[in-house]
Design a protein around this ligand. Structure first.
Ligand code: SAM
Length: 178
């Protein structure tokens, strides 16, 4: 879940980039969606993916408070399914992605996202500090986050800064490939 400080950073980054296409993985209440929406380009589109449709009423209630809610496209789907079928949607390259769904899937999601990113693309990953317990924590989630952090550090095509906000928010500039 995105806390208010992280939410303000999402808004700030979105304003700085003025993205035409935003993709959020993991919607939950829709709070992060609204924060990202604040900086979306005038005729842009914000796609957000959520597997649990029991949250949709809550999201609709939240989003109805924004005059720009017509720019939100919700996908009731699994994150990987949307990533794997992105080209068929015809939605264009992604300028800003916010990865905040299942933590076990973050590396797979990164790999699937990279070919979809625009030449000015940025990816934000939430929870990359895991409450400061990554050195000793065991289990699939911390394992995946350790693998992600190692990848973000070693991949020469990714420039990463982890911001000390919330539970760690890693901001990744994706260098143009090929
Ligand atoms: C941490 S919450 C997202 C918080 C949200 N980004 C915000 O700003 O408040 C994670 C959400 O991702 C959803 N989720 C988890 N794994 C998913 C997956 N593989 N595909 C789609 N949604 C997923 C969960 O149902 C949950 O609502």
């Amino acid at each position: 879940m995105t806390d208010v400080h992280t939410g303000r950073v999402l808004s700030m980054v979105s304003h700085m980039l003025c993205p035409s296409v935003i993709l959020e993985l993991g919607t939950f209440s829709g709070y992060g969606t609204l924060c990202l929406l604040e900086g979306l380009g005038e005729s842009g589109r914000l796609h957000t993916v959520e597997r649990n449709d029991e949250l949709f009423d809550l999201q609709d209630e939240f989003w109805s408070q924004s005059t720009r809610n017509g720019h939100i496209q919700r996908h009731h789907d699994m994150a990987m399914n949307v990533l794997e079928n992105w080209d068929a949607l015809g939605s264009g390259a992604v300028d800003l992605a916010y990865v905040d769904a299942d933590k076990q899937g973050v590396v797979e999601q990164l790999n699937a996202l990279l070919p979809l990113m625009s030449n000015r693309g940025w990816i934000l990953f939430d929870n990359t500090w895991w409450n400061g317990t990554l050195a000793e924590a065991t289990g699939p989630k911390p394992d995946a986050l350790r693998e992600l952090n190692a990848r973000l550090k070693s991949d020469p095509g990714l420039l990463t800064t982890t911001l000390p906000v919330g539970d760690g928010l890693s901001a990744v500039r994706v260098l143009p490939r090929g």
